[in-house]
Design a protein around this ligand. Structure first.
Ligand code: HEM
Length: 254
């Protein structure tokens, strides 16, 4: 049982996540969106969405750093296991509560506004419910972690996660004896990975980073009072060719 959930299920979930996302992108590119409902009840959306996204993104990068940084790097940086454990609990705890409050607002808005509910699919409401359940489990792990402030439990999770990603055999055995709350949290986390390609979570893979360095443009209103004289097709073509040629002409060296 332990071997299935923590040795085999992670590969099933990660395979569905990767290949399912590729297949959805290829087959249904027009469904690849966040399906925003911002036209409705905007103020509640803004507060809930900011709290939820800041919290979840902090947790995401926290998990990435916390679980996947090789132990020798943590040791080389002089970060004690105990300090790392306390940092995970403090930062993860604050971010977890933020995401929980934000997610709660979003869930309430989606569930109680008849217009938003009507435009929500089962997957929209379901995935938000699962994320909230995952946050409750995650925040509850803090009480279990508080029993192991020396960080030795956390080191087991690091060995497990890194063992899975590097296809090391026996990874599941690393966490065979951890508390049940951690196991439930990990299995639900993997299930969220598995469901990812079938939900609006796919919008995470399309962060519009290009937006930040796209070339700027300016819309200028003409002050002309009369319309420009009509040009023939031949004149327009001639002007285009001239413009293209002037663009190609090498600039004189300075
Ligand atoms: C497969 C995916 C996941 C794995 C393997 C995982 C694993 C863990 C582990 C091992 C801890 C305990 C860290 C420690 O104190 O030593 C933890 C804590 C936590 N997790 Fe996750 N988690 C996953 C996904 C998620 C997701 C999707 C969320 C939120 C939506 C989440 C939210 C939290 C929170 C709030 C905590 C408590 C604060 C902390 O210790 O960082 N986790 N998780």
């Amino acid at each position: 049982m332990n071997n299935f959930f923590f040795g085999i299920y992670p590969y099933i979930a990660l395979s569905v996540l990767i290949f399912g996302s590729i297949a959805r992108y290829e087959r249904d590119p027009f469904t690849w969106k966040s399906s925003s409902s911002q036209l409705l009840r905007r103020r509640q959306l803004r507060l809930g969405s900011v709290l939820f996204h800041v919290g979840v993104l902090t947790i995401f990068f926290g998990h990435l750093f916390g679980l996947l940084t090789p132990l020798w790097i943590i040791d080389a940086l002089g970060i004690s296991h105990s300090a790392k454990q306390v940092l995970a609990m403090a930062v993860g705890g604050i971010a977890g509560v933020m995401a929980l409050v934000g997610g709660g607002i979003l869930f309430h808005r989606r569930w109680t506004d008849p217009r938003i509910r009507k435009t929500s699919s089962v997957a929209d409401i379901g995935i938000l419910g699962l994320l909230l359940a995952q946050l409750v489990l995650g925040v509850s792990t803090i009480f279990a972690s508080a029993q192991h402030l020396d960080g030795h439990e956390m080191v087991k999770f690091m060995h497990w996660a890194q063992g899975i990603l590097t296809f090391r055999s026996g990874a599941a055995a690393q966490i065979a004896d951890v508390s049940l709350i951690f196991k439930l949290h990990i299995v639900l986390g993997l299930t969220i990975f598995l469901l990812f390609p079938f939900t609006r979570l796919v919008h995470m893979l399309s962060v519009p980073l290009r937006y930040f360095w796209r070339p700027g443009y300016q819309v200028v209103r003409s002050r002309r009072s009369a319309p420009l004289p009509a040009h023939s097709d031949a004149e327009i073509k001639q002007a285009r060719v001239a413009a293209a040629k002037s663009r190609q002409r090498p600039q004189p060296a300075e």
